[in-house]
Design a protein around this ligand. Structure first.
Ligand code: SF4
Length: 401
């Protein structure tokens, strides 16, 4: 049984993962400037929440088993309502790989829909409700810059001594790059297993784009601090000496998530003072000092699991994206009288995740009902082959004990 659906016995996680409450749905947002979404009739942003729900239900009914809607935890509530399946990047990639649906609508950001297109069969079509929904962290590693860094490193220590690992938050071209050089992909759920697999081969790892996930995972694997080096992408030598590179075990790209870098140690100290028995759980995209000051860290699925399985009445401060934290907080308050709050409630929404509006999803759905495919994600065939190998290797390594 997939971990996502394992249940603590008291509380069904399906509730939190798959259903937005009516109250939550009332908070559906609209684009501040609907005209910005030029190819979508503004009408879709003028519908009430109830109309969106009614029309969405009808469109889903007409498409039946031809349709699967995958939804990342960070989606806003009105969009989350459409989900057939929700989860973190690993779980959604696994579901895409297993699906036989003709159309997969991916409510998430661009790299996620790309991964779904790579991993599905050629008779399946993946659609992204807003083609401009990207990820600023993924944009911090482009293939040309990574290839230049690779050549530089290979000149110093030989390309056979390095394994590239890309976080799934990256372009398909980088997944293809990893496959060509014997590497693979990881998510925040399986980074520990994947990095261990690489290090067990006595090779050094070039890990991109997220330095924090890489560093936190290397720390958990007890890699010596002086063997973890930061490669600064704007410097031709990465800011490292040849000796640093030869001595390294993990070379971290200097990318980061602007959302998870907004958490601070001061916020953790403040919440511990205010709620003495609070537990703190954060995502491993947070900087090292935040992960070390927290009680737990893990992927969004792990965050949900740990809080779900905690004692009724417990208190939690969570360091991840605000839409998810608010959803967990509502559900836990209703079902288990647990108190859940965001470590930083003022500025931790992922703006690109948030830009997928319920009206966008409805527009894609109703076009499908009319036999029209809009906003298709179509990874070029020459990239797809390698990227698929890298993702399949990840799924295989993930499933091993
Ligand atoms: S939360 Fe951070 S890593 Fe995730 S999609 Fe948003 S910017 Fe990218």
């Amino acid at each position: 049984m997939p971990r996502h659906f394992s249940c603590c016995g008291i509380f069904s996680r399906d509730i939190i993962l798959n259903k937005a409450t009516p109250a939550a749905f009332e908070k559906v947002g609209r684009p501040q400037m609907p005209g910005e979404k030029k190819n979508i009739p503004p009408f879709y942003y003028q519908l009430s929440q109830e109309e969106i729900q009614q029309r969405g239900t009808e469109a889903k009914r007409k498409l039946g088993d031809d349709l699967l809607i995958l939804c990342h935890h960070y989606q806003q509530d009105g969009t989350f309502w459409f989900a057939d399946v929700s989860g973190d990047s690993l779980y959604l990639a696994q579901q895409a790989a297993k699906s036989t649906a003709k159309y997969i609508i991916f409510c998430g950001v661009h790299f996620m829909a790309e991964s779904a297109d790579i991993i599905t069969h050629e008779n399946q079509t993946v659609l992204l409700p807003d083609l401009e929904a990207g990820c600023s962290m993924a944009d911090m590693a482009d293939t040309t810059t990574v290839e230049k860094a690779w050549d530089y490193l290979a000149n110093i220590c030989g390309d056979q001594s390095i394994i590239p690992i890309t976080y799934i938050n990256s372009a398909a071209t980088l997944k293809d790059f990893c496959a060509r050089h014997g590497g693979t992909v990881c998510t925040s759920s399986n980074a520990h297993k994947i990095l261990k697999w690489a290090l067990d081969q006595n090779k050094r790892v070039l890990f991109f784009p997220d330095q924090h996930l890489g560093r936190n995972t290397a720390n958990a694997l007890q890699v010596e601090k002086d063997k973890i080096c930061l490669w600064q992408r704007d410097l031709s030598d990465g800011g490292l000496s040849d000796q640093d590179i030869r001595d390294s075990k993990v070379l971290l790209w200097d990318g980061y998530c602007s959302v998870h870098c907004r958490f601070t140690s001061a916020q953790i100290e403040a919440v511990r003072k205010r709620i003495p028995d609070v537990k703190v759980i954060v995502h491993p995209e947070c900087p090292e000092e935040i992960v070390q000051a927290a009680d737990y860290s893990g992927s969004t699925n792990k965050i949900i699991d740990v809080i779900s399985e905690s004692a009724p009445g417990s208190s939690w401060a969570v360091g991840t994206e605000l839409s998810l934290v608010n959803r967990i907080a509502r559900q836990m308050a209703e079902e288990q009288q647990k108190h859940v709050e965001c470590l930083n409630p003022t500025s931790c929404t992922c703006s690109t995740m948030y830009q997928v509006y319920p009206g966008d999803v409805l527009w894609v759905l109703e076009n499908l009902v009319d036999g029209k495919v809009v906003n298709r994600i179509n990874v070029a065939e020459d990239i797809k082959l390698g990227a698929r190998q890298a993702l399949e290797k990840m799924l295989k390594l993930s499933s091993q004990a």
